[in-house]
Ligand binder design. Structure first.
Ligand SMILES: C[S@@+](CC[C@H](N)C(=O)[O-])C[C@H]1O[C@@H](n2cnc3c(N)ncnc32)[C@H](O)[C@@H]1O
Length: 220
């Protein structure tokens, strides 16, 4: 994601749904002026905690897509939607807001769970063949998942996310008048081979993430 974003010194960055702050903090450390929105008070507190002494240098705000509407037009050079579009009901509205908020040469950097990953997981296949196989790819809509996370009562946390095809992401960017400059489908980096061998192996057979860079400027 940082490679896709490129140099950020003196750039104004809006990190929408910053989570625990990993990009807000990294981009601040690389010289960006960061505004970070986060709808979860718990995550916003964690992000500030993770930022440590530089927390006051980042503009943290409680909220997300709703807050985008309140921000001034043309105020940012980069809008970041990292691993959060799956939870947004109306991505066209989010992209239109991003378009309004960006300066003339601004761009969006977005990452999502790769749409092919929303297919069925085949646990019945033996050994290394256990993988995600693409299935029901065109059956778009919401699905509720039980995650590996547990709540205070030790119950699995469930969450609802949208499955969209690659075409739907590209089409929403096009409708919001963005020009897609780059799509990345990164494989796990070498270090992951020892840290998480199964994820490394699987991630080399089927992409885990899709990253998009969409520019505001006219294609001509
Ligand atoms: C997987 S985390 C990603 C956090 C961060 N962007 C990152 O990459 O580390 C998903 C984020 O989406 C946020 N989120 C959940 N539902 C949302 C919604 N409907 N609109 C905007 N953000 C939402 C969560 O609070 C969380 O910060």
């Amino acid at each position: 994601m940082l490679k896709l974003i490129g140099p950020v010194r003196d750039k104004r960055v809006l990190d929408v749904a910053c989570g625990a702050g990993r990009y807000a903090i990294s981009l601040h450390d690389r010289g960006a002026k960061v505004t970070a929105l986060e709808p979860s008070p718990t995550l916003l507190t964690a992000a500030k905690h993770n930022a440590g002494p530089r927390a006051p240098q980042i503009d943290w705000r409680l909220g997300a897509d709703d807050l985008m509407q309140e921000l001034p037009t043309g105020e940012f050079d980069i809008v970041l939607f990292a691993m959060m579009l799956e939870y947004v009901d109306d991505i066209l509205e989010a992209f239109e807001q991003a378009h309004r908020l960006l300066s003339r040469d601004g761009f969006v950097a977005a990452s999502v769970v790769h749409p092919v990953r929303m297919g069925s997981r085949r646990e019945d296949l033996p050994g290394m063949q256990q993988a995600v196989v693409v299935d029901q790819y065109l059956s778009t809509g919401t699905a509720t998942f039980s995650s590996w996370l547990t709540d205070a009562e030790d119950e699995p946390v469930t969450f609802t996310s949208h499955h969209r095809t690659v075409e739907q992401y590209v089409e929403a960017f096009r409708q919001a008048e963005f020009v897609i400059e780059q799509i990345l489908e990164p494989a796990p980096i070498g270090r992951a081979r020892t840290v998480a061998p199964r994820i490394w192996e699987e991630g080399h057979r089927c992409p885990q993430f899709m990253l998009l860079k969409a520019a505001k400027r006219d294609a001509s």
